[in-house]
Structure formats: structure tokens, C-alpha cells
Design a protein around this ligand. Sequence first.
Ligand code: SAH
Length: 341
Amino acid sequence: MRGLLSLDISELENILAGFGEKKYAAKQLRAWLCKGVSFEEMTNLSKDLRQKLSRNYTEGYAQIAKKLTSKDGTVKYLLELEDGNLIECVAMEYRHGRTLCVSTQVGCRMGCAFCASGADGLIRQLTAGEMLSELIAARESGDISNIVLMGSGEPLDNYDNVVAFIRSLQTEFGIGQRHISLSTCGLVPGIFKLAEENIAVTLCLSLHSAIDEKRKQLMPISRTYPVAEVIDAAKAYFKKSGRRIIIEYTLINSFNDGQDDISALKRALSGLNCHVNVIPLNHAAGKFSPPTKTQCHAFAALLEKNGLSATVRRALGSDIEGACGQLRRRVKENDVLRENS
Ligand code: SAH
């Protein structure tokens, strides 16, 4: 049966028209679905309609298949979608509210060398409703004030659904542009297109190296879009949105942590209003090994010395990370939010 949360208002209107109902009921139905309630509890719809709906459709909510709670308040959810696919989302506590890291695809086709999400390639796109269902499910452990599109998947590879999701966050869930970040591996046409949408979310760019030869070893996408093109797109995004760009830099021991890497970053980022978020590689992957905490802080300090704004990502939920073997992938959390207020 089809889940109604994935349908837009005009699709809901068509369904209701088929049941002989008035159009305005679609708005009521949609409002209930955004609240996460069952058909039965939609008390301003007639009993007859509620029964028809539950006979022919589901609400479209994800089920919580597993929940891990960290001492620091981070909650990881493994969610089961209606077709049985599993996705993850992570709710994190910050001083200024709770942030939810959402997945945008089941799997991912970008194939970055160190990333677990892409290990099996792309399974399928998530609908906007399924992304909303992550938020609806995660609210059970407390209100969510900020969203980062930084879970499994490449958001700009699922462009229309992601934009619909962001618009819905803004108009139906009251989560504004200042409270939403989108992380991309650097799909240049998507960045230019996003700049034209007038949704002005914070753009996070997974750079990981400003040296093309190195970046190609980490991220296959950089064979299509070299560093200079990605940075030009980020500049265009800043110009349109006025939002400072977050550069994500996963630090890898003895790979992208040298003076040449810092010089390349300095050159590449000159003229871009940005902040560099240094993320320690969280597990060894092939020839790539994690840095120490000290290395990360030293690297960020050197970036600052070179005139760049940089911080090391705060690690949340580290005590439950080990239990993630059963989850679909390891969870990555990011504190871009701090840069976001
Ligand atoms: N596809 C998007 C968003 C998902 S990944 C993107 O590429 O930005 C979110 C961030 O976590 C990206 O910066 C990604 O490169 C990084 N990441 C992935 N695997 C990691 C790992 N093992 N250690 C540290 N960071 C990782």
C-alpha cells in the first residue's frame, strides 16, 4: 500500500476526490501526516474517510527498527521504510537545540574511498516524504530545531526530492534556512541549480583535499569536477545565498595533513567566504588511517595561522559508535550547526 506522506497536496486532493471528498480535506490530511498521527487519530476527518484511507493506504511513516542512545544525548535510529529498506538518522544535542542528521538516499553511488554509505552503491532514492519520516520518527526523543542533510546518500544526486523536503521543512515544519545545512561531495551543476532555488540553506562542501591528484584518490566525482570548478560553484552559491560555505575536510594520517595540503587549501579557498571543519577519519579504510586528536587540532591551528577559519568537529555519540555494526553504515556527525547560527 502507498504511504501518503510521500504525496504532495495535489496528489492528496486527487485521492480525496476519488472518495467523493472536498479538496480542502487534503490540507487537513497533510497537516495530520506532518504531525505523525495515525488515520484513526485524524479527528477532523469523517470516520468514513478515515476508514477508506486506512483500507487503501498507509500513513507512510518509518518504523524505528533500532535505537541507540549515547551518554551525551546523541540518539541514533535505524529506520525501516515501507518496502523494508533500512536507513539511519542521528539526533544530536547542542546548546542551542537538537540537530537531526538525515539520510537522502538508500546507499550512495559516489563511491568515496573511506565512506561506508557507498559500499553497496545506490539502492534507491528517498522520497521527500521518507526524509520527513526520519524527522517525524526522531521527534519521539525530543523536538528537533536543526536539520543537516549529511547522512547516507548524496543530496544533490536526489535533487528534486531533496528540494521538496527542504521546502517542506521551511513551510510545514517551521525549520528555516538558518537551521538547515546540506552537505555535498561537489556535484557542480547541482550547486549552481541550488543557488537559484531561493532556499538559502548552508552549503557544506566535502573537499578533503585541494590537490586534484589526491582528491581523485578519495572521491571519484573529482574526475568529473576538479577542485577549481567546485570552488567556483561554491563562490556562486555564497554570492546568491549570502551564507558562508562550510568546507569539510576529513583528515587522514600522512595523506592530506602536510604543509603542501595546507598551501593548496589556502590557494584554493582564497576569495571564498568559508569555514573549514576538520573531521578526523573515523576508521581505517584500505591504505587510509585515522589521525590522532592532537594532529587534528594542530592541523586546524595551522590553517588558522594561514588565515583560514577552522575548527575540529566535535565528536558526539562516540560511546555508541561501536554498536553501529548492525546499523546500515557508520554514522557521521558534524557540528556545522555551530557555524550556522
Ligand atoms: N554525500 C554528502 C553527504 C554525506 S557524508 C557528502 O559527500 O558531503 C557526510 C560527510 O562525512 C562527508 O564530508 C563525508 O566525506 C564524510 N565522511 C564519510 N565517511 C567518513 C569517514 N569514514 N570518516 C570521516 N568522515 C567521513
